[in-house]
Design a protein around this ligand. Structure first.
Ligand code: BGC
Length: 757
């Protein structure tokens, strides 16, 4: 087949080409002469191979920790290994494309699908996405990074219009996708259901073609989310290659092509991309593969061991000594019946499941006694009896480990939550147990975050286990007894209450619209800038050891900076720390969050050992998006770099001076007089024009006086309408004169930047 598949495509009829623009059925593309059928299946944290629309004939697959858990490891190498393992199973099952990872930003803790997403921060989400895609695709199969873009809620997900300004999209909701597209080259990108500023993602040309392909260089196939296509023809034209599932609507595409309304080149483009995909994402390409499901399970365990976040550990109550003789009450249904993944299209039919209770009993023997404490379906009578039983057990034990969390019915794809509280029966149980013992350790299993503020004083330690996949129960047990040391970190801030979250008044919107009113101030960008208290900050996570940071050096390099520092394990057990780098910019021309994560590194250290870490920051780490200058801007000046253990535990800081970068500002009729005078070319043009006016002296105002300041703030166009004798259209003429003077003085600047709005 020729590189561009011209030989194959030239043999296809218009009907055949039009038919390639949609699926054959629920999970595959159509085959035409010369182009084979491509199969795809969910994803993302394991494989869900189903025969048709329903859930029948699922083939067992390893259930790795969902993104909420795997993301909390902050370990791209481990994430890549998990991607590889998923890719291996895909090959074995004959799946060409894995429908994941999902990397949408956690805008509100209420989003029902947050368990499938990674973080409130685009760098954390993007580096996770890159690692997963690289891993999956190393096995010759394709990945589908989803859901592009701004799919941050389930309420009205198929229709809601996300009303967000371009800067917010560019700085918060796009960069994770941009990173994956540029660095990992995913075979496909899945567009989201929602609209963005009124236009469905599936037919949004700006999104799917200008940004994704022209700017970021995406060269794969854009596939629709299942059922996301509304206008078939508009979607194809906008850059959507493959409508999934099924062929419904094909006739519209064909009819438009036959009527000459849809150029045949557009269908050639689709056919070429599908042909390329068929070659590129082929699970048989690397030959047969044997999957060792025990080894896959061991990897699921390793991943689950790095995910849980130790939120608090008063007086070092954890870990539980393996060799002790104290009696341990294990309470809570989750210990026996693990909640380890979420509901919806991502649900994996696991090969096996390990419960924490079994693993704890295996490790600690007869010291462990169990009481379920509550029911998942909140049955008042049963819960009262179970709580009484649990109280007795706690009173008769030396230590109580209480497994709480969100039952499956609390969160799922398809709907959002309306609260971030634990179920009332579990909170009541905690109160009951805490009344008879101070020694309570809470272990949480939940996909979306839960508030801890109202009850955490009752617990001496909290281990946030998120959802950990099929080996999660064993992982929790090993962490509790110190066979492994917690090293997960929060990828989302835990707010004091729902009402304190940045999107609170704008979530989930109404009447078909959701306004992203908090703009770029999502998660810690909001809490830390406005100094709003949180229960646990972004990036937080304790260890059974301690780390010290030292020797920061920050040096300007290639428009960015090179940052070096040392991390030392000063405790007496081995452990891992996620060192985080934040950038501050107090001099920028526009408002910015007080600091933003620009780098991180997970370091594994034996007791007493230290490691020197170097992180290179490119200019983008310092830039903001300017809507009028249409590009990434670095304002000249001093930037601060902080290094620390969470967004609120910053241990070192340094500064670096960078030059101005990005498209230069351009004067317009709306630019204030002060800006015209501040720009050397603008000042020359304006002064020349003013000199022609009879009352030119009126413009010679002292800029330090109030009168002068008032004058300086008036836009040129407005000012000229008040100047006697100024001809009609004078302002536009001045802008034109400025543009040609600029073209003569600084051609590069004119070439890179469109005139401002
Ligand atoms: C989900 C996607 C999923 C697809 C196929 C949709 O409802 O939003 O994430 O890949 O179904 O199951």
């Amino acid at each position: 087949m020729g590189r561009d598949h011209d030989d194959v495509i030239s043999q296809l009829s218009l009907e055949q080409k039009a038919s390639l623009a949609s699926g054959a059925d629920f999970w595959s593309t159509k085959a035409v002469p010369g182009i084979r059928r491509v199969t795809m299946n969910d994803g993302p944290h394991g494989l869900r191979v189903v025969d048709d629309i329903g859930l029948r004939s699922q083939k067992p697959a390893t259930c790795f920790p969902p993104a909420v858990g795997l993301g909390s490891t902050w370990n791209p190498e481990l994430q890549r290994e998990v991607g590889e393992a998923i890719g291996r199973e895909a090959r074995a099952l004959g799946v060409d494309i894995v429908l994941g990872p999902g990397i949408n930003i956690k805008r509100s803790p209420l989003c029902g699908r947050n368990f499938e997403y990674v973080s409130e921060d685009p760098l954390v989400a993007g580096s996770f996405g890159q690692a997963l895609v690289e891993g999956i695709q190393s096995q010759g199969v394709g990945a589908s990074v989803k859901h592009f873009a701004a799919n941050n809620q389930e309420t009205d997900r198929m229709h809601v219009s996300v009303e967000a300004d371009e800067r917010t999209l560019r700085e918060i909701y796009f960069p994770a996708f941009e990173r994956v597209v540029k660095n990992a080259k995913p075979a496909t990108v899945m567009c989201s259901y929602n609209r963005i500023n009124g236009v469905y993602a599936s037919q949004n040309e700006w999104l799917l073609t200008s940004v994704l392909r022209d700017e970021w260089g995406f060269d794969g196939v854009v596939v629709s989310d299942w059922g996301a296509v509304v206008d078939r023809v508009a979607a194809v034209e906008a850059g959507l290659d493959l409508k999934m599932p099924t062929a419904t609507g094909d006739e519209a595409v064909l009819a438009a092509a036959q009527a000459g309304e849809l150029p045949e080149e557009v269908l050639d483009r689709v056919a070429r991309r599908i042909a390329t995909l068929a070659e590129r994402a082929d699970s048989s390409r690397l030959g047969p593969v044997q999957v060792d499901y025990d080894a896959q399970h061991q990897l699921a365990l390793r991943a689950a061991l790095e995910a849980p976040v130790l939120l608090k550990n008063e007086g070092g109550v954890l870990p539980i000594a393996e060799q002790g003789s104290n009696r341990i009450a294990v309470i809570g249904e989750f210990a026996r019946t693990p909640r380890y993944q979420g509901s919806g299209s991502s649900q994996v039919p696991s090969t096996r499941v390990e419960a924490a209770l079994d693993a704890l009993t295996e490790i600690l023997g007869a010291r462990v006694r169990f009481a379920p404490g509550f029911t998942f379906d909140e049955d008042a009578d049963a819960d009262a009896d179970l709580a009484a039983e649990a109280r007795e057990l706690a009173a008769a034990s030396d230590l109580t480990v209480l497994f709480l969390g969100l039952p499956d019915s609390y969160e799922s794809e398809g709907f959002d939550r309306d609260s971030i509280e634990l179920p009332a029966n579990q909170l009541a149980l905690l109160e009951t147990v805490a009344a008879v013992t101070r020694d309570v350790i809470v272990v949480l299993s939940n996909g979306g975050l839960v508030e801890t503020e109202s009850w955490e004083f009752r617990a001496r330690a909290i281990l946030e286990g998120w959802l950990l996949g099929q080996a999660g129960g064993r992982a929790l047990a090993e962490l509790l007894v110190g066979r492994a040391n917690p090293s997960g970190k929060l990828t989302e801030s835990i707010p004091v209450k729902l009402e304190a979250t940045p999107s609170y008044i704008n979530f989930p919107g109404a009447e078909g619209e959701v306004v992203y009113g908090e703009r770029v101030y999502v998660g810690y960008r909001y809490y830390d800038t406005l100094q709003v208290p949180v229960s646990y900050p972004f990036g937080h996570g304790l260890s059974y050891t301690e780390f010290e940071y030292a020797d920061l050096s920050v040096t300007a390099r290639d428009g960015g900076a090179s940052v070096t520092f040392t991390v030392r394990n000063v405790g007496d057990v081995a452990g891992a720390e996620v060192a985080q780098l934040y950038r501050g910019d107090r001099h920028s021309a526009i408002d910015r969050p007080v600091h933003e994560l620009v780098g991180f590194r997970k370091v594994f250290l034996e007791p007493g050992a230290s490691q020197t870490v170097t992180i290179e920051l490119d200019s983008r780490a310092f830039a903001y998006w300017s809507t009028t200058r249409h590009g990434w801007i670095v304002d000249e000046g001093l930037f601060t770099i902080w290094v620390g253990s969470s967004s609120r535990d910053l241990r070192l800081h340094g500064e670096v001076r960078l030059p101005a970068q990005g498209p230069a500002p351009r004067l317009t009729v709306f630019s204030p007089i002060a800006e015209w005078f501040a720009d050397p070319v603008g000042a020359r043009v304006l002064q020349g024009a003013l000199a022609q006016l009879p009352d030119a002296h009126a413009f010679e105002l002292d800029p330090t006086t109030n009168e002068g300041k008032m004058f300086a703030a008036i836009p040129l166009g407005h000012l000229l309408t008040m100047v006697p004798g100024a001809p009609q259209g004078a302002a536009a003429q001045l802008v034109a004169a400025y543009e040609s003077a600029l073209a003569a003085a600084d051609p590069a600047r004119v070439a890179t930047a469109p005139a401002g709005a």
